[in-house]
Design a protein around this ligand. Sequence first.
Ligand code: HPA
Length: 278
Amino acid sequence: MGDFLTSADIEAAASAIKQKTSLKPRIGMILGSGLGSLAESIENPEYVPYGDIPGWPISGVKGHAGRLVFGTLEGQQVVVMQGRTHYYEGYDMPRLGLPVRAMQALGIEMIVITNAAGAVNPDFDPGDLMLITDHLNFIGMAGQNPLRGPNLEELGPRFPDMSQVYDRQLLALTREVAAAESVTLREGVYCCLAGPSFETPADLRFLRAVGVDAVGMSTVPEATIARHSGTRVLGISGISNKANLDGNTETTHEEVLEAGKVLAPKLTQVVRGVLRKL
Ligand code: HPA
């Protein structure tokens, strides 16, 4: 695989997947750190390990299972990424885009992207779900955009619009579901940083000042690729920790995974509700 994704790279990944399953899901999902258990509720699952897909970026991060799960959830055919790979693991941004590109090649029209995030908004608590209404593409502004390189015209325009990354109808639907199920749903702006180090208190005060509500190390590149090709996006953060704006508390990956145990059932409940209404 070269510096940038080609149609042949995407085709090779998609055809390797098609050899393992004949299911044709309309909906893709990406499950973030500690949130992989949503995939356990999929009916008649068929698994494709990431290692069986040529070019697929492999994650070694704890809390990420590393496989695609195909099957049915609330009557909808889905393909779920149980675990994702992050920029900080060392892959180039274009290669990190392969999973979303492959799911698009399989025919998904919509994607649910989830992550674990630190709360920059002081009103948010660990265990809260946050609907992503917009994002700050900090990593992209700094030059790491997955669409960098020759544009694949058949997939989308050179300069894709990002005025409404998170689908308004899906936002409205998710609010309705959360209210009906009595799940507290926060809303806000998610910011993607490169990681892997967590933020300093000065980083966090900066992010707060520019209007960030939650911070993490994923989602934005995937959402950008999705929108490039017109795939509808629903983004949900699971707040795993309060960001440490005052420098008095430490942030650890263990607390992120621990919070996932509280978050995963709520996330499952909300996502199931949304799928039911589609
Ligand atoms: N910062 C960045 N990424 C994260 C955090 C955080 O506090 N929590 C979970 N992912």
